[in-house]
Design a binder for this molecule. Structure first.
Ligand SMILES: Cc1ncc(COP(=O)(O)O)c(C=O)c1O
Length: 500
């Protein structure tokens, strides 16, 4: 098939094109931090499902980093358009013999992060989110959440520094790691980060020595048996241990201000929140007996996009039951996955293939055992570390087959796509030389997939980029951002950080 190349205007100024639409007549110089562009005249538009996307000789889309500002380029196109333009850009880069031309990339939908925040405030208006930076420390996401009024749950010195650098006031940070290096506690003290969790006597002794003015939050153990990641295996004091810990804190002259818990990350039993709040109430009573008046309840993370409304309703009911008559108690949470999981889509390139030729695959019966091995340029040592560390299973969609874009309308569901392709049992591997680097051991994929084709993976925003390594010299996957049609996000990102 020959490429259907259409002529493009040669003098597109992306920033100018959006100034009318987005800046509403404001001078262009207002946009000092982010360059928001609409790429609708980039290669995106001229790729149709039947267009061969390789070697089209098209002009390059705008660079992903704005040299003048501190934030990268922010697009306004829908995620799928950016997937298409990313694929087209890679084809151009390959034609120009650029190194790493076919690099995998994420598309981050900041509009989705914004909508998740609206969902949060609608369902839990009295619970202030302190976003768990560990889930995805993307600087643009942090900046957006800061502008939306979120606090931050930091687990380390570097995470404290990240939020401090974007102007977050230390009162909006909780150092929510119950077992911290002494030097990190000293650093928190220097930075004015006072709120921190503990669950053992040694931590109390450490904090008394290096951060005596800390506002301590006792993390209690709750039932996390219905969660993907059982954090209680490592952290949380049982209710039996609480009185002793509080007596010790009093002895050391420490200020314990409240209780925290975490029902486990990826919690699929909404009832866990009700049980945990009831336990927290008991811990509050123990606090009173030890001479403390607690004013903070931290209900942790564990919220998921899918069952959020249900979990929020259970939590809200439990809060009313146990803390409804305690207006002095401020309630915070540490959601991570909830905000970012569905906001990031990964596009990865098939860099190698081992298996019979297509004609043979078509002729042979598929007995369900993998017949083709595909190698992607992102793997378990990279963004797919979520398979190991976060117990995830990932689901590919095929963005191109035989180097031709598939119908974008089928990108929503794998089953739709399967109906239109001849399939073969296959396996998917990462790019490193380690055989543990297996993304999917047995997955049905189109027979027509070739080296150079692209696969997409939705819901890749949580616990992916943050734990990716550069093992074997493979770069971590870069991110392209869009606000979609949530233009309010642009204003939020452009807010001066000092006023946040
Ligand atoms: C202390 C703490 N808070 C919050 C979170 C975020 O949890 P989630 O992403 O499930 O909301 C975690 C996750 O490990 C955590 O350890």
């Amino acid at each position: 098939m020959t490429a259907q190349v259409q002529s493009l205007p040669t003098n597109i100024n992306f920033s100018d094109r959006v100034s009318a639409a987005l800046y509403g007549g404001r001078p262009q110089s207002v946009a000092t931090h982010a360059r928001v562009v609409n790429v609708s005249s980039s290669p995106v538009d001229i790729i149709t499902p039947n267009t061969k996307v390789f070697g089209m000789g098209l002009p390059s889309p705008p660079p992903e980093r704005d040299e003048e500002g501190c934030l990268p380029t922010i697009h306004t196109e829908p995620v799928d358009s950016l997937l298409r333009s990313g694929i087209a850009s890679a084809a151009l880069a390959a034609a120009a013999h650029q190194p790493d031309a076919e690099a995998a990339f994420f598309v981050a939908d900041l509009g989705h992060v914004y909508r998740q925040h609206l969902r949060w405030t609608r369902c839990l208006p009295n619970v202030t989110p302190f976003y768990a930076v560990k889930a995805n420390p993307d600087p643009v996401v942090l900046r957006l959440l800061s502008a939306l009024g979120s606090g931050f749950d930091c687990a380390s010195m570097n995470e404290i520094n990240m939020v401090s650098e974007i102007g977050v006031d230390p009162s909006r940070v909780i150092f929510a790691n119950p077992c911290k290096p002494t030097s990190f506690v000293k650093h928190a003290a220097r930075m004015g980060v006072d709120m921190t969790t503990f669950d053992n006597v040694d931590e109390l002794v450490k904090i008394a020595r290096v951060h005596p003015g800390a506002k301590l939050v006792l993390r209690i153990l709750t039932d996390d048996s219905k969660s993907l990641c059982r954090l209680g295996l490592k952290f949380g004091a049982s209710l039996i241990a609480v009185p002793t810990l509080l007596v010790k804190a009093k002895e050391l002259g420490l200020n314990v201000v409240g209780i925290s818990f975490h029902v486990g990350s990826g919690c699929y039993d909404t009832g866990a929140f009700a049980d945990a709040v009831a336990r927290a109430k008991k811990a509050f009573e123990m606090g009173r007996e030890a001479g403390y008046t607690f004013t903070l309840l931290d209900v942790g993370g564990g919220f998921e996009g899918e069952r959020f409304e249900e979990a929020a309703a259970v939590l809200d009911q439990a809060l009313q039951t146990h803390f409804g008559d305690c207006p002095e108690v401020k309630i915070i949470a540490e959601p991570g996955r909830f905000y970012v999981s569905e906001a990031f889509t990964l596009a990865a390139n098939i860099i190698a293939r081992r298996g019979p030729e297509r004609a043979l695959l078509e002729a042979e019966t598929d007995d369900g055992n993998p017949r083709v091995m595909y190698y992607l340029n992102d793997g378990v040592y990279g963004s797919f570390n979520c398979i190991m560390f976060d117990h995830q299973t990932v689901h590919p969609i095929w963005l191109t087959v035989g180097k031709v874009l598939t119908d974008t309308s089928s990108w929503g569901s794998t089953s739709n796509q399967e109906r239109t392709c001849a399939m073969a049992s296959s396996s998917l591997w990462g790019p490193t030389c380690d055989s543990i680097d297996c993304v999917l051991a047995n997955v049905s994929l189109p027979i027509g997939l070739e080296v150079g084709d692209w696969l997409g993976f939705r819901n890749m925003g949580a616990y992916t980029i943050c734990a990716a390594s550069s093992f074997n010299g493979f770069d971590r996957t870069k991110v392209v951002y869009t606000i979609g049609d949530e233009f309010v996000v642009e204003n939020l990102l452009l807010q001066p950080t000092t006023t946040m």
